[in-house]
Structures are given as structure tokens and as C-alpha cells.
Design a protein around this ligand. Structure first.
Ligand code: FES
Length: 270
């Protein structure tokens, strides 16, 4: 579904990272699920670079200045990395943009358990927040959050407010433990902590390392991929990745936008 959204707030939560809250129709809030994404058209121009995919950070309904009137909303967490996101950072309360979504296949929440493990790097934490909000209703949730430095580890307080147990690490040691998030994860799993499912979102090398850990330990694992997307609906084939059966003779490609962005780690060729 395509709709016009109005900016409610657009706040810099960490240097270079913004949390954008947009109005959304009630049917969007009802239809969305964790792991899905939206395509945002940042300008009226036909430049495809100005149409960008963003994981859904949160959806809900908020109070307004009018008693008895509630406003459904959609939150996005983004990093300023180029022209489109720099333009987005300049949006203010009341500005409008076009949104297409919710799109793609999200996370499967599975059976309630004590061992739901989330692994996020940088802005990859965005879809994990919405997922955590759903999982904590029935499960105990642990979050492994990493980034290059303290500015890249986002919204940890929000996760903690949900009751999620958090483990933070940074490459430069400016927040939490020094080291890779996957090293902290491995140590945690080695202690026989009873992890039942791993959910990961972040840069590709981190996802690859998580998939390897899942393969070694036999723990089911879902990964959310980031990709360049022009259409977001399976039409342009600009977002394909190699599936597990891929070879020169028998190509096996998956569209991140339509078959994902969430995949079981065994579906892909790493
Ligand atoms: Fe066009 Fe995925 S973005 S096919």
C-alpha cells in the first residue's frame, strides 16, 4: 500500500543517526510485522536513489492534543549515508513524503521460549526493536548489540525498557566490551545458555559470522539482509543474492525485497 505520510518528529538520536516518526494509516499498523520494511520516496524526483528502503523500527498508536483522537504511527531509524538520507535528515514536523509498505517477509517469531537471541550491528538494530517488542510478550529475550564505537550502538535504553537483557560491544571499546559482537555471542553460547533461536540484522560480514556460528551450533537462525533496492517489490531484480543451491550451471537467486529481507540462514549461499 502506498500512502502519504506526515513527519511527526525527526530526531538525531546519535551523531549521524535519526529516528523518524511518521503518520501512518491504521491499516498499515495492523498489517505490519517485525522485519518488514518500507520504501520512502524522499523527493518528488524520479531519481531512484531518492527512494530508499528502511526497516520498520516500530509501529503503534499515540495520543494527540485532542482527547479521544489517536494517531497511528510508523518509526524508522536511519543513518545518514548519502544524498537520500541527507535529504531525509532535513525533514521537519509537518513535512510530507510518500511511503510504500509494509513490504517483504519478516521474522518468524516461533514458539515462546527462554532462549530468543537477537544480534544487531549499527542501524541493523532497527528491525530488532520491533521484533523484541513482540517477543518479550511470551519469551525471554537477550540482545547482543555491536558497533564501531559508542555512537553506533543505538537505542539500548529502549530495549532495556522492554525487559531485554543486553550485551554491548564496540570495536574500539568506547562502550561495553571491546571486540566484535559475534565474539561476545560465541562466548555466551559456549556457556550452554540454551539459546533456541537467533535473529540477526546488520552488516553482511556480521551476518556471515552469525550464520557460521548457527551452522556450527545447530541453533536455528534468521537473518535480515540489507540490499540496494530500486523497486522494493520484486520487479527490477536489483536486490538479488545467491541462494544455497546456486552454481554457474544452475543459478539460484533470491530477491531480498520479495523473498526476504528475512531469510533462514540455510536458504542462502554465504
Ligand atoms: Fe527490485 Fe528487489 S528491489 S527486485
Amino acid at each position: 500500500m502506498n500512502f502519504k505520510a506526515t513527519v511527526i518528529t525527526n530526531v538525531e538520536v546519535s551523531p549521524g543517526y535519526f529516528r523518524l516518526r511518521l503518520t501512518a494509516p491504521q491499516f498499515f499498523v495492523t498489517a505490519a510485522s517485525p522485519g518488514q520494511f518500507v520504501m520512502v520516496r524522499v523527493s518528488a524526483s524520479i531519481d531512484p536513489l531518492l527512494r530508499r528502503p528502511f526497516g520498520i523500527f516500530d509501529v503503534g498508536v499515540m495520543a494527540t492534543e485532542y482527547p479521544d483522537v489517536q494517531q497511528p504511527f510508523l518509526d524508522i531509524l536511519y543513518k545518514v549515508v548519502g544524498k537520500g538520507t541527507a535529504m531525509l535528515a532535513g525533514f521537519h514536523h509537518g513535512d510530507q513524503m510518500e511511503v510504500l509498505g509494509p513490504l517483504g517477509k519478516g521474522f518468524g517469531t516461533g514458539e515462546p521460549s527462554e532462549g530468543k537471541v537477537l544480534v544487531g550491528g549499527g542501524v541493523g538494530l532497527a528491525p530488532l526493536y520491533y521484533l523484541a517488542r513482540e517477543l518479550v510478550k511470551e519469551s525471554r529475550v537477550h540482545l547482543f548489540a555491536g558497533g564501531r564505537g559508542r555512537d553506533d550502538v543505538l537505542c539500548i535504553t529502549e530495549f532495556e525498557r522492554l525487559g531485554v537483557e543486553t550485551y554491548v560491544s564496540t570495536d574500539d571499546g568506547t562502550l561495553g566490551e571491546r571486540g566484535l559482537v559475534t565474539e561476545v555471542l560465541e562466548r555466551y553460547l559456549a556457556n550452554g545458555t540454551g539459546a533456541k533461536t537467533i535473529y540477526a540484522c546488520g552488516p553482511f560480514p556480521m551476518l556471515k559470522a552469525v550464520a557460521e556460528i548457527a551452522g556450527r551450533t545447530g541453533i536455528p537462525c534468521q537473518v535480515s539482509l540489507e540490499a540496494y533496492m530500486a523497486c522494493g517489490v520484486g520487479a527490477c531484480l536489483g536486490c538479488v543474492v545467491k541462494g544455497r543451491d546456486h552454481s554457474e550451471a544452475t543459478p539460484d537467486y533470491r530477491c531480498v525485497c520479495k523473498d526476504g529481507p528475512v531469510f533462514d540462514h540455510t536458504e542462502l549461499s554465504w
